[in-house]
Design a protein around this ligand. Structure first.
Ligand SMILES: [Zn+2]
Length: 142
């Protein structure tokens, strides 16, 4: 982790924030930050997984914002449709900047299934469902 103010990599632990995330204090400038401070999701109240999932649902399935809020509410995440709109406006350019790796991965999986036939073992190189960035973890309901 690197300090967002001075670039130093020397940190000490400085307690937890209100969402129980570890807070670190820079040894050089004494600025306090979490691991999320350098993330694109910094400043957003909802967990990264929830935001990523809502944006993915919008982009992949073209669901209306009201339907996305309903799907999230079924999973214990209560969010307004205008908030989902804000997420889509903010994160769509970031997703569209990196589609190549996803397309390449899908093509690799398709070629494996065509040449290898049916297989019950998981494909190597493919992330487990729980580790996928768009998955909704159980720790998101607060
Ligand atoms: Zn610093």
């Amino acid at each position: 982790m690197r300090c967002v103010r001075c670039g130093s990599e020397a940190f000490s632990k400085a307690g937890l924030d209100h969402q129980d995330r570890q807070v670190y204090q820079c040894a050089a400038c004494r600025r306090r930050q979490t691991a999320r401070s350098v993330s694109a999701f910094c400043g957003y109240r909802f967990p990264d997984d929830v935001i990523a999932l809502a944006v993915r649902w919008y982009l992949r399935f073209r669901l209306p914002y009201a339907d996305i809020t309903e799907l999230l509410a079924e999973r214990g995440v209560h969010v307004d449709a205008s908030t989902v709109f804000d997420w889509v406006q903010r994160f769509t350019p970031l997703y569209s900047a990196s589609p190549r790796s996803i397309r390449t991965r899908r093509a690799r999986i398709a070629s494996v299934s065509v040449s290898g036939g049916l297989s019950t073992r998981p494909l190597s190189g493919w992330p487990a469902i729980g580790s996928m960035p768009t998955g909704l973890s159980t720790s998101t309901a607060r």
